[in-house]
Design a protein around this ligand. Structure first.
Ligand SMILES: Cc1cc2nc3c(=O)[nH]c(=O)nc-3n(C[C@H](O)[C@H](O)[C@H](O)COP(=O)(O)O)c2cc1C
Length: 145
C-alpha cells in the first residue's frame, strides 16, 4: 500500500498529525510520502493507492488559503479506486468546528474516491489527545485494506 499525505499547517498541529500518522503507517511496513500542499500537485495523487489529506480549518469554516489551488486541481481528478481519509485540527469555539475535514471528504467522494476511515477532527484545546487519536486513526487505516 503506497500512501501520499498532503497537508498544510500554520502553527504546526496538522504537520505533527501528518508526521505521527505517517510514522505509524511506516512502522507497519507501508510506504508513505508526506508533502506540503504548497509543493504538491493534485496529479501527484495518481501514483498512490491511498490519499490522506491533513487540513486545519480557517476563516468561517473554510479551507486554508494555501490549499485552495490544490482543492481546485483535485476537483478535476478521477479518484476512482483510491482509498482516502482526512484529518485536521480545529477549534470548537468556532461555529464550524474542523469543517475543512468535511469539505475535503465531500470533494474526494465527488471525484470517486472512497473514504475508508471516518475523518479525524482534533480540538486544539485538547492536544494531549493528539498522539493517541492519531494512533487509533492510523490503526483503522492499516486494518481497512
Ligand atoms: C483566523 C482563524 C480562523 C479559524 N477558523 C476556524 C474555524 O472556522 N473552525 C475551526 O474549527 N477552527 C478554526 N480556527 C482554528 C484552527 O483551525 C486551529 O488553530 C488549528 O489548530 C490550526 O492548525 P495548525 O496548528 O496546523 O496551523 C481558526 C483559526 C484562526 C486563527
Amino acid at each position: 500500500m503506497d500512501t501520499i499525505i498532503i497537508y498544510t499547517s500554520m502553527a504546526g498541529t496538522t504537520e505533527l498529525m501528518a508526521e505521527m500518522i505517517g510514522g505509524k503507517l511506516t512502522e507497519a511496513g507501508e510506504r508513505v510520502v508526506i508533502k506540503d500542499a504548497l509543493e504538491a500537485y493534485a496529479h501527484d495523487l495518481q501514483s498512490y493507492d491511498r490519499v490522506l489529506i491533513g487540513s486545519y480549518t480557517w476563516g468561517d469554516g473554510d479551507l486554508p488559503d494555501e490549499m485552495v489551488d490544490f482543492y481546485e486541481e483535485l476537483s478535476k481528478l478521477d479518484l476512482n479506486g483510491k482509498q482516502a481519509a482526512v484529518f485536521g485540527p480545529g477549534d470548537s469555539t468556532y461555529p464550524h468546528f474542523a469543517r475543512a475535514v468535511d469539505i475535503w471528504e465531500e470533494a474526494i467522494q465527488a471525484q470517486g474516491g472512497e473514504i475508508v476511515v471516518e475523518g479525524l477532527k482534533i480540538d486544539r484545546w485538547y492536544t494531549e489527545e493528539l498522539e493517541a487519536a492519531c494512533a487509533i486513526f492510523s490503526e483503522k487505516l492499516i486494518q481497512s485494506h
